[in-house]
Design a protein around this ligand. Structure first.
Ligand SMILES: O=C(O)CCC(=O)C(=O)O
Length: 243
């Protein structure tokens, strides 16, 4: 059999495409296959059973700037099970560095609620601190688990930037497997362990707008190389660009 440059190139191309397809199938399975992790709340969980509504709000002085950033920045992503816009920490750092400083002050409060020390996720990760924007009718994110790429636990804190009621509320499946909808009042936020809580952002109705600040925390900064690759691809799907 004659092996030339073009057949080697074709082979490498096929291997890369197959690997990408397998990775995608694995990612979809990992994020969408429902398992009810909420049935057991361990005694050492200090009353934090994977999800909790907490009393916390974004300082008032940041709200107008965050709303403005949500209108002008970011790339819309319309893919399988998701229609929204997300704005990375790099963009927030450029436009409103003080919000990143505020994010850095949160771990003490979050650790106290969870009952375990956590840190902010690495600032080079675009989803460390980000804005999630639902702005067109039907914008949503379907049922999923978040992917935790760290060698520890991974938590998300969602704080409303806009507080006008919309159809697009946070929903999750509770310990009984029933769908629960969380309505946030002024001064409230949702803290949850995204790879344990099956959740979604409900479809937005016409002429509505919903903007949420997402802050992430972890008990370990270590990421293994395979998880780093998956994380890199996932960030592309969230932010619509390689950050
Ligand atoms: O917009 C929402 O409430 C859901 C956000 C979400 O799914 C997430 O942060 O993983």
């Amino acid at each position: 059999m004659k092996i030339n440059v073009s057949s080697v190139f074709l082979l490498v191309f096929l291997i890369v495409v197959t690997a990408m397809c397998l990775l995608l199938v694995y990612f979809v399975f990992r994020t969408t296959f429902y398992v009810n992790y909420l049935t057991t709340c361990k005694p050492e969980s200090h009353g934090f059973c994977y999800i909790k509504k907490i009393k916390l709000s974004i300082p008032n002085e940041f709200l107008a700037s965050l709303e403005q950033i949500s209108e002008t920045e970011g790339t819309r992503v319309e893919i399988y099970k998701k229609r929204q816009k997300a704005i990375s920490i790099q963009k927030l750092q450029a436009k409103l560095p003080a919000i990143v400083e505020w994010y850095k002050t949160l771990p003490a409060k979050i650790s106290e609620i969870i009952g375990e020390p956590v840190k902010i996720t690495p600032l080079k990760q675009p989803n460390s601190l980000s804005l999630v924007v639902y702005e067109k009718e039907g914008d949503y994110i379907d049922w999923h688990f978040d992917t935790n790429h760290y060698n520890g636990r991974f938590f998300t804190l969602l704080l409303p930037v806009t507080v006008a009621p919309t159809c697009g509320n946070y929903q999750y499946k509770n310990a009984a497997g029933d769908v629960e909808t969380l309505y946030l009042q002024q001064g409230e936020a949702i803290l949850f362990e995204g790879d344990r809580v099956f959740h979604k952002g409900k479809e937005l109705c016409k002429n509505q707008r919903r903007v949420v600040l997402s802050c992430t925390f972890t008990s370990s900064h270590t990421i293994t190389p395979p998880e780093a690759i998956l994380n890199f691809i996932k960030n592309w799907g969230i932010f619509g660009e390689i950050s």
